[in-house]
Design a binder for this molecule. Structure first.
Ligand code: G4P
Length: 524
């Protein structure tokens, strides 16, 4: 691919994840995007609820095969001249470190909030990871076709609970059955909620009222929206594109993913404002430009057993620079091993195609026979590229694990070691007795661990839950072995660093009161 062409292609990319609490409407809004882009023709096909059919997206195939979604997968969609790459962030019981790590591979996030519920716990956790990266976050207040909370409260919550400034791009005129439209502050127009109307847009004049008279002007909801918009203009935040791009200000859109109202307006603004792929930092503090013609990328996820007939694994690569071509040779930065990249996958919304070509910003799947680990960098040029390591996340759930058959210690240890290295789960050992403890952010990680150990390493295990704990690291210099008790169990992490597993916040506070000079540290 020539340089000019590479630039054009990269500029078109919009790589993002949807962060939301389960049931807020992530799937429904994804489906609307597929509808608008022409990738599917009928709503309801993604989950197969209405037609019994599935959109041929990759993650649905896996759901079908395994009965659960075990993957943060990817969909590429053409939308309005852009190539939109959506990376899925599984929730519910599928929540895992992969969900967090996926956020390391995107350039922006769409935060979908159920307007009847406001900010829910999973949204908050995912938001914090995005905020740590400083990526832009676009908020969609969903389910406007139902009665929800006061829009002003919802916006205030963004600032109060998440600590991010908000700028409403539009404002609802009514809600639920009385939803008449939105007052589109950004585009200076009213968008009527009349699906049958040929042109739902009414222009506003400079005073902020309708340029031409319309029956909606006599509605109390219109009146109310007008007042609120004035209030926002006087007392609210100013529109600031720079602040949006830095993740300091979130543009807020209201709408209904189910009826599609306001979705296109949102998507149009999103592809307009969301950034194209930017530079990525290396371990040495340098940056790699996406337009650097030499291909480089990092692995943020490894998916095992995507196809139960083969014991294959797919390593998901975020391309950070240049263009990728099928069959190209790259080096693995960790061990300088040369690898020829054959059998690669791109994740088109309507098929799982062979990746013949992809550019910075894209995500491809590499068939893996055990070469890759999560966080690995690959590069095609002569200069070594090693991206910054992916962060580790503080696990919240813990399980003790032992092999079922004591004669099979060897395969047990090998399996545990490899899965931990791969990043599938975290390993701790009790400080004194070196019992194995697994740590995870979601239950699915334990299930996958157990399953893989059995299938790939022929090792059956006994797992006993320790429930949720608060993990806090301390400096080795501060360590006094007498500090350990049943309510604050002293362990070591896989690098041998001391870490306490506190039974609850109370136990942590008690410890901190007793040892005020000991600093307790968490991962992300
Ligand atoms: P998720 O992926 O974030 O978990 O949410 P999903 O899109 O599956 O939506 C969860 C439920 O909320 C779905 O109902 C969906 O139809 C509904 N929903 C999504 N967006 C809207 C909206 O804008 N308005 C309304 N009224 N509902 C919306 P469901 O799975 O059909 O639940 P059920 O009704 O079958 O129990």
């Amino acid at each position: 691919m020539k340089k000019m062409n590479l630039k054009e292609e990269v500029q078109k990319r919009r790589t993002f994840a949807i962060i939301s609490h389960p049931d807020a409407g992530k799937t429904t809004i994804t489906e609307q995007l597929l509808l608008f882009s022409g990738a599917i023709r009928q709503a309801g096909t993604v989950k197969g609820k209405k037609t019994g059919q599935y959109a041929k997206s990759d993650w649905m195939d896996i759901e079908k095969k395994r009965g659960i979604s075990v993957t943060s997968s990817v969909m590429e969609v053409d939308y309005d001249g852009h190539q939109v790459n959506i990376v899925d962030t599984p929730g519910h019981e599928d929540f895992s470190e992969d969900t967090y790590r996926t956020l390391m591979a995107v350039d922006a996030a769409v935060m979908v909030i159920d307007s009847a519920k406001g900010i829910e716990p999973q949204t908050k956790k995912l938001f914090q990871v995005c905020a740590m990266r400083g990526i832009p976050i676009f908020t969609f207040m969903n389910k406007l076709d139902r009665d929800g909370r006061e829009p002003m409260d919802l916006v205030a919550e963004l600032e109060d609970i998440l600590g991010i400034d908000a700028y409403p791009m539009n404002w609802p005129i009514g809600m639920g059955k009385s939803l008449e439209g939105i007052y589109d502050i950004y585009n200076q127009r009213i968008e009527l909620n009349h699906p049958e109307a040929e042109d739902p847009f009414l222009a506003l004049d400079e005073s902020g009222d309708l340029a031409q008279s319309h029956p909606i002007q006599s509605s109390i909801f219109y009146e109310e929206a007008l007042e609120n918009v004035q209030l926002l203009q006087e007392a609210g935040n100013d529109f600031d594109k720079e602040a949006i791009l830095n993740g300091k200000l979130t543009p807020v859109f209201f709408g209904s993913a189910l009826t599609g109202f306001g979705v296109q307006t949102f998507l149009d603004s999103f592809v307009d404002f969301a950034p194209a792929p930017g530079p990525v930092e290396t371990q040495d503090g340098e940056v790699v430009s996406p337009l650097d013609p030499e291909m480089s990328g990092f692995i943020f996820k490894i998916q095992a057993n995507m196809d139960p007939r083969h014991r294959d694994r797919i390593a998901f690569v975020r391309i950070c620079s240049g263009s990728f071509e099928e069959g190209m040779t790259v080096k693995l930065a960790r061990n300088d091993k040369k690898l020829k990249l054959n059998n690669t996958t791109r994740f088109m919304a309507d098929s799982r195609e062979n990746a013949s070509e992809a550019v910075a910003g894209d995500i491809i799947g590499l068939y893996d026979t055990g070469n890759f680990q999560i966080g690995d960098s690959i590069y095609a040029g002569s200069q070594k590229v090693q991206f910054k390591p992916l962060p580790q996340f503080t696990p919240e759930l813990f399980m003790k694990v032992t092999p079922k058959n004591v004669m099979k210690q060897k395969s047990f240890h090998k399996g545990v070691e490899q899965l931990v290295q791969e990043g599938a789960i975290q390993l701790y050992k009790t400080w004194f007795t070196e019992e194995y403890i697994l740590g995870a952010v979601g239950h699915l990680q334990f299930e996958v661990f157990e399953d893989r150990l059995k299938n790939e390493y022929n090792s059956e295990v006994i797992m006993s839950s320790m429930g949720s704990k608060t993990a806090r690291w301390i400096d080795e210099d501060d360590l006094d072995p007498n500090m350990s008790s049943s309510r604050n169990l002293l362990c070591k992490d896989r690098y041998g660093q001391p870490v306490f597993l506190f039974e609850n916040n109370f136990a942590e506070r008690w410890f901190q009161d007793k040892y005020p000079d000991v600093e307790l540290k968490s991962l992300l």
